[in-house]
Design a protein around this ligand. Structure first.
Ligand code: DX5
Ligand code: ZN
Length: 219
């Protein structure tokens, strides 16, 4: 399949959010990545339900909601109602992960589980069949603009093997430090959904950057 590009609004201008959502609407982006941080699971607070609702009102692309919060099961229905098309919860935040994943699917959202850089891919073996997508964090979650961690390539090889064995339809998303210099190699490594915050919004021409992430090697 062709890979998907998901600009992260964490790097957008929050005082001009409608403008930046429209920029994404009019670009070749496939999804809008929304980072929710609670200051507990990660050492940063980003945005919550009212902002997701406001984004949804203007968005013409599906919202890919990444919950970096403790006990995410408390808010799944709220995020669905706020407009989430897919909901990502962290393996590290969910003691009852199987139940949490079932609830996400019962709500009608795509279910995704994220793992932090230190969490081994093998821990996903008994849940992978239930998932639409796995998110391999390629930075420590909490902040945009961090340096890509190279061990991600090893983790992509591991998740690719699990995907082949258990769930060939699985989407593999990479989040953190993705840009025009590494996306081609990440595609080769088996990833097919790419979050990009700073690479897009700190660039001189965000739409052109989205296009070049969508067509690496052409521009
Ligand atoms: C980090 C977030 C990312 C962040 C990526 O915790 O999950 O989605 O927005 O930003 P960049 O692309 O700048 O690394
Ligand atoms: Zn994210």
């Amino acid at each position: 399949m062709n890979h998907l590009v998901a600009p992260s609004i964490l790097a957008a201008d929050f005082a001009n959010l409608q403008r930046d959502i429209e920029l994404i609407n009019n670009s070749e982006a496939d999804l809008i990545h929304v980072d929710v941080m609670d200051g507990m699971f990660v050492p940063n607070i980003s945005l919550g339900l009212p902002v997701v609702k406001a984004v949804y009102k203007h968005a013409k692309k599906p919202l890919d909601v990444h919950l970096m919060i403790v006990q995410p099961e408390r808010y799944l229905k709220d995020f669905k109602e706020a407009g989430a098309a897919s909901i990502t919860v962290h393996y590290e935040a969910c003691p009852n992960l199987h139940r949490t994943v079932q609830v996400i699917k019962e709500l009608g959202c795509k279910a995704c589980v994220a793992i932090n850089p230190h969490t081994t891919v093998a821990l996903l073996e008994d849940i992978i069949l239930d998932l639409d997508m796995v998110l391999i964090m390629s930075v420590n979650p909490g902040f945009g603009g961090q340096k890509f961690i190279d061990n991600t390539y090893k983790k992509l090889a591991d998740i690719k093997a699990l995907k082949r064995r258990y769930n060939p339809e699985l989407l593999i998303e990479v989040d953190g430090g993705v840009d025009e210099t590494n996306i081609a190699k990440l595609i080769d490594a088996g990833a097919n959904v790419f979050v990009a915050g700073n690479a897009v919004f700190a660039s001189a021409d965000p739409s052109a950057t989205i296009a070049s992430l969508k067509h690496p090697g052409i521009l």
